[in-house]
Design a protein around this ligand. Structure first.
Ligand code: ATP
Length: 890
């Protein structure tokens, strides 16, 4: 169907809809059955089996499987087939793959849920009511409202449009805004880019507003035809993941070299070559930290899920890491620091404060209501107003003085408008009126902008020329109102005998007659004061950016603790006058930017970044998108934010709240800390294992652990505690620390050395257990290496290696002593510890398992030795923590 070639009436008839009422719920249900959901079919993800198979696509795992098969073949040819070892190796690999799939699915689910939360919505008229619904539920025939900044949710034929400009680059390649108009009819062969009366799914409204009837949904839309995806699907690796992948490679190569050396030394010492081969391969599989990036992904996704529950929806995974490094948070005022619940509290004329319920009040407020887009409805004879908070307040105040917007609209129908724009800070409407003159244009906006466009003033019921004295009086009234933290809207008008819709804004918005000022209050959000305090304590500078008047901004910033000295505030005008270099030098002085336009935001972000700061920036409008992109962490508003702003952001605040950013920073720091703990744990454990085998072979001892044991420790008993460390609650003092410096690597501040020392400790403990076992219980001299099997020695070394790591995992939790933070405060870690210890004890004590793992049950005395040695890391690290803390406090 060539919808663009039909008239509006034909379209409505064809789609069996009603543009005044919209579809009925029954129509919707039927059409949903017929057309399905308004979504594009996404690429299918991997299914469970594919995910499982992918776990084996690792070079070392393949080598291990080959080694197991070779070992089976060799033993078979020897006439003494050994099925146990290869089968156990395979089982361990399977178990590991299973755990991998489980974690991966959890991470995926977390991200999937997030995508749903960030899914676009649409304003639709159904059964005479406008409501916001998920775009996926739209059907052909639905009447959708299109506003500045929203995504076009489906292909629509326009039925109404006001200055509508749309960006449809993703469809037509045209990157400039394209003007659209409902009142044209085109030839059927008109190509996509020229269909002025249609808007297509995935484009965005950059300016103006309109109403459209949905003509196609889902895969039937133009974008569906070319099968493009709405949401970018790929999540790029985060900087940390990339860095870790690199570190992993270096560690992996070193581990490989050590394993080759172990093998060669073993051969030289005449240890059985095949056993040596299996041990070296297992050691390589165990010690190469190929799982590090995966652990980071899992922790990031779980953290992201936690954050989403607290209103911070992360759109781009790297943002979590960047959050922990944030040093400046630039926040909008309205709605983020304040409640965005506006109430008109006073009005003023040139004579000063006026009564709202007066002739002047009626005149001023009815003009303000006429020049507003809010919709007034009455329910049980009470006014219910929807729309933008500033305008809602105006329409309600007008209603309370007896000026009903709906009646006003009927008497003075709007025939033209120039929408509000935070760069111009003005809005104008033109109305037809039979009474006074032919037309009246009304302009409302920021006082300081509007007064410059006025030549007359309305007083004593009629216009008079605007004198300097009047202007001075008005300036001082405006200053007292803004100084009391009020948002002030000024209103003016002029009569026109003729009106031409092609008139440009500058001629409509000049020679105006000033009426008066309307002051409204927007109280600060309760939780913000505390959040600002936390921010400062955490070494982060909170900054207010607002379109409001400097005095209003200063008053609120002072109340919230953002500003202490009025000199910390600067206006957009002053900002425009200083050069970029000077701004770089002076930016740290300011904490409030008032009367700024969205373009200033990019300069502010850049100036901070040039000083080495990591900047979080909030935004909601279409023209905030560049600043959101430029910031290190762009935060879009979930409630008041436009789709364009959301798309440009790294994080969406679903409650539009400043305190949520501060919470997200805290989480970001906590997640980074936990990732660091898991890595610390895994690497020190790996080093411990390599050293145990390497040192034993170097000293000419028999190998203290066999292949299956090594694999067991690494692939099974190590992974649970590592993941549990990821859910460690953020330390209480995390917001008392300085932001994480992005320049410092993860292993800075002596962490690398600490890891190596702990690795040596674990390795020595396992070796000690081995030596004790061989000497005192296997009753052998340590140097008859190739002639006997050190059963007890191996069992004890195996158990110490596994248990000491389990104990060691508790050391990772904090730099503070366990007695301070409490042993049971991370329940998941305690459970992991119990499960893994039980598994380890069963492997040793249940005879069939013991046979498989080539160990023997231990006596109580032997267990006591194992336990004592295994607990040593806790004792040593606790002592070290005590020593360090004393040194810091002294
Ligand atoms: P921010 O959200 O960035 O803190 P803001 O919302 O206060 O800032 P803008 O919305 O750009 O900033 O408003 C700037 C000024 O424009 C306000 O101080 C007010 O005087 C005026 N203004 C705001 N909304 C409207 C509107 N709907 N119509 C006319 N003027 C408006």
């Amino acid at each position: 169907m060539h919808w663009h070639s039909l008239s509006i009436e034909e379209t409505i008839r064809e789609l069996k809809t009603d543009i005044n009422k919209g579809l009925s719920q029954n129509d919707v249900k039927e059409r949903q059955k017929q057309y399905g959901k308004n979504i594009l079919e996404a690429k299918k993800g991997k299914n469970l089996l594919q995910k499982f198979i992918a776990q084996f696509a690792d070079f070392m795992i393949i080598v291990l499987i080959c080694a197991a098969i070779v070992s089976l073949a060799v033993s078979y040819m020897d006439g003494n087939p050994d099925f146990v070892d290869p089968v156990i190796i395979l089982m361990i690999i399977f178990l590991n793959a299973f755990l991998g799939v489980l974690q991966e699915s959890r991470a995926e689910k977390a991200l999937e849920a997030l995508k749903k939360m960030a899914a676009p919505t649409a304003h639709v008229l159904r059964e005479s009511r406008v409501s916001e619904i998920p775009s996926s539920e739209l059907v052909p025939g639905d009447v959708v409202i299109l506003e500045t900044g929203c995504f076009v949710p489906a292909d629509c034929r326009l039925v109404h449009s006001v200055n509508l400009k749309v960006e449809e680059a993703s469809l037509t390649g045209e990157s400039h805004p394209v003007e659209k108009s409902a009142n044209v009819r085109l030839l059927p062969e008109t190509n996509l880019a020229d269909r002025k009366n249609m808007v297509m799914a995935t484009s965005t409204v950059l300016y103006g507003r309109g109403v459209g009837v949905v003509t196609a949904t889902g895969m039937n839309t133009q974008v569906g035809h070319i099968a493009r995806m709405i949401m970018e699907d790929d999540t790029p690796d985060t900087p940390l993941q990339k860095r870790l992948a690199k570190t992993g490679k270096v560690l992996g190569i070193s581990a490989l070299i050590i394993c080759i050396m172990v093998f060669l030394v073993g051969i030289y010492k005449k240890l059985p070559p095949f056993d040596m081969f299996m041990t070296s391969v297992s050691l390589a599989v165990a010690a190469i930290p190929e799982g590090l990036p995966a652990i980071v992904t899992i922790m990031l996704s779980l953290g992201v899920q936690r954050m989403a529950k607290k209103n911070a929806v992360i759109r781009k995974l790297p943002a979590v890491e960047t959050l922990g490094s944030a040093t400046v948070i630039c926040s909008d005022k309205t709605g983020t620091l304040t409640q965005n619940v506006m109430t008109v509290t006073e009005i003023a004329s040139v004579n000063g404060k006026e009564e709202m319920k007066s002739d002047f009040g009626f005149f001023l407020l009815s003009h303000a209501a006429l020049c507003s887009d809010s919709i007034l409805q009455t329910e049980n004879s009470l006014p219910v107003i929807s729309g933008e908070p500033t305008e809602k307040a105006l329409v309600l105040a007008a209603y309370n003085t007896g000026a009903d917007k709906n009646q006003l609209d009927l008497a003075y129908p709007r025939i033209y408008e120039i929408p509000f724009d935070s760069a111009r800070k003005l809005m104008t409407t033109v109305h037809k009126s039979s009474e006074i003159t032919a037309y009246r244009s009304i302009t409302k906006g920021a006082y300081d902008v509007l007064i410059e466009r006025c030549t007359h003033i309305y007083k004593d019921g009629k216009p008079h020329p605007l004198s300097v004295r009047d202007k001075n009086k008005l300036n001082s009234i405006n200053n007292t109102m803004t100084g009391r933290a009020l948002r002030v809207i000024a209103v003016a008008y002029k009569n026109l005998s003729r009106f031409n819709p092609t008139t440009d804004a500058s001629s409509l918005e000049k020679d105006l007659i000033f009426i008066g000022l309307i002051g409204m209050i927007d109280p600060p959000r309760k939780e913000v004061k505390e959040a600002v305090r936390v921010c400062k304590q955490a070494g982060i500078k909170p900054v207010m950016i607002t379109g409001d008047h400097i005095l209003t901004a200063q008053a609120i910033a002072k109340d919230l603790g953002i500003l202490t000295n009025p000199a910390e505030a600067i206006t957009g005008e002053e900002l425009s006058r200083i050069s970029d270099e000077r701004l770089n030098d002076t930016i740290s002085r300011y904490s409030v930017f008032a009367r700024v336009s969205p373009e200033h935001k990019v300069r502010i972000v850049k100036a901070y970044q040039n000083r080495g700061e990591v900047v979080a920036m909030t935004g909601d409008g279409v023209n905030d998108a560049p600043a959101l992109k430029a910031a290190d962490i762009g935060c879009a508003m979930g409630i008041s934010g436009t789709d364009v702003a959301k798309k440009a952001s790294d994080m969406i605040l679903t409650d539009d709240n400043f305190a949520t950013i501060v919470y997200a920073v805290q989480e970001g720091r906590g997640i980074y800390e936990n990732i660091k703990k898991a890595i610390h744990f895994l690497l020190s454990s790996n080093i411990g294992e390599i050293l145990t085998i390497f040192a034993a072979i170097l000293f000419g001892l028999p190998s203290p652990l066999v292949a299956v044991q090594l694999l067991w420790v690494n692939l099974v008993t190590d992974s649970l505690p590592a993941i549990s460390l990821g859910v460690e609650p953020a330390p209480k003092d995390i917001m008392k620390r300085k932001p994480i410096s992005p320049k410092k690597g993860m292993f800075a501040d002596g962490l690398a050395l600490q890891i190596v020392i702990e690795g040596i400790l674990i390795g020595s403990l396992a070796l000690t257990a081995f030596v004790i076992g061989v000497r005192y219980y296997d009753h052998h001299s340590l140097h008859e290496s190739n002639t006997f099997i050190p059963w007890v020695g191996r069992t004890m070394a195996f158990s110490v290696l596994s248990l000491s790591q389990l104990f060691h995992s508790f050391n990772m939790r904090s730099h503070r002593s366990l007695s301070e933070i409490g042993i049971f405060t991370n329940k998941k870690l305690v459970i992991s510890f119990l499960i893994c210890s039980l598994l380890q004890i069963s492997v040793v004590s249940v005879p069939p398992l013991a046979r498989v793992f080539q160990v023997v049950p231990l006596s109580i005395r032997q267990w006591a030795i194992v336990l004592m040695l295994s607990m040593a890391p806790i004792v040593v690290v606790e002592l070290q923590k005590k020593f360090n803390n004393k040194r810091h406090s002294s």
